[in-house]
Design a protein around this ligand. Structure first.
Ligand code: HPA
Ligand code: ZN
Length: 341
């Protein structure tokens, strides 16, 4: 490993855009399928991994939802969550705010308690054993109706004290934020912070709707905002964070190459932009891999990488004290890192 790669892996990082279902590596996916006697369409782990070639968000979602089929028991949700948290901890992630989308499971008869108790059990265990700080974001699917999203909100109420925020993902184009105005109003009224995927494949207008109509605390992806200079000013002035996922954008053909990814321009525009892995098992890149890939493609400086990591803590849903402690840990590491071989 190069000295720079070692620096980035050891750098304290916050990951704010991570779907637990998208962290399910093919090896574990096969184990769970076998445990549940669920027949898979792929003959081997290698064949499944080879199928991870995507032409769009939709082509990815088809495989992502197919992968969700193997998750059936509380132990399955525990094992998936534990595997991700262990890997994130080893990758220098000290704070992670993870999405789970229960509708993939509850619509085929898995109980909401199975999903929530499995995920939360693994979070509690990893917090104790690795010292990693974890927040849970319950995510609704935008191809479903607003009534479905409101029903999900009702179902998770017993776990309210364990839920950090409410978010939304899924097929973006044709399902604008405005479709979920009542859902976001209800989520905020219930005391939750809010995020939404917007401006990934969808236009800048969706990002504007998310901010002006829904009033979300954070935008997931949001890269299309760069098409609307007034919107960029609005996001920068209000300090609304954007959780960008560069390798995801590359693998879903949202950008033609990482060299033309807007991340560097977003930084220059003064946006509170962070780097995240989204669905690392499907895109083959965890948090550090994303930072290193951007560094190479966009010629980012070491200082840029530090700014991106600091942004992660500034964008996280943390208390003032926890934020300050995380930033101090990061700054101490940067100051004392020995660059000699
Ligand atoms: N976009 C929309 N929905 C998703 C994504 C994404 O990047 N990852 C998992 N669900
Ligand atoms: Zn996402």
């Amino acid at each position: 490993m190069s000295r720079l790669a070692e620096f980035v892996r050891g750098l304290s990082k916050a990951e704010l855009h991570l779907h637990l279902e998208g962290s399910l590596e093919p090896e574990l996916l096969f184990q769970l399928a076998s445990r549940n006697k669920y027949p898979l369409a792929w003959s081997s782990v290698e064949a499944l991994r080879a199928a991870y070639e995507f032409s769009s968000l939709q082509s990815f979602l088809a495989l992502y939802y197919a992968g969700c089929e193997v998750l059936r028991t509380e132990q399955d949700f525990y094992d998936m969550t534990h595997a991700y948290l262990q890997r994130a901890h080893a990758d220098g992630v000290i704070r992670t705010e993870v999405f789970i989308g229960p509708q993939s499971f509850t619509t085929r008869g898995v109980s909401i308690a199975t999903v929530m108790d499995g995920v939360i059990g693994a979070i509690d265990n990893a917090s104790r054993t690795f010292g990693i700080s974890v927040g849970l974001i319950v995510s609704a699917q935008r191809h479903r109706t607003e009534a479905d999203a409101l029903d999900l909100l009702d179902q998770v109420r017993p776990w309210s004290h364990r839920i950090l925020a409410i978010g939304m993902g899924g097929a973006e184009v044709g399902n604008p934020p405005s479709k979920f105005a009542n859902f976001y109003r209800a989520s905020k009224a219930a005391g939750f912070r809010t995020t939404i995927h917007a401006g990934e494949e969808g236009p800048a207008a969706y990002v504007r709707e998310a901010v002006e109509l829904l009033g979300v605390d954070r935008i997931d992806h949001g890269i299309a905002c760069m098409d609307d200079p007034d919107l960029v000013h609005l996001l920068a002035d209000r300090g609304i964070p954007l959780t960008v996922c560069p390798v995801s954008n590359l693998r879903l053909k949202v950008v033609k190459s990482l060299e033309v990814h807007p991340l560097a321009r977003m930084l220059q525009a003064g946006l509170l932009v962070t780097v995240n892995s989204d669905d690392p098992a499907y895109f083959g890149a965890y948090a550090s891999d994303n930072l290193l890939a951007c560094r190479d493609a966009l010629d980012l400086s070491t200082q840029d990488l530090v700014i991106l990591s600091r942004n992660g803590f500034n964008a996280a849903f943390l208390s003032t004290d926890a934020r300050a402690a995380s930033l101090k840990r990061l700054d101490d590491y940067v100051r004392t890192f020995d660059w000699s071989e």
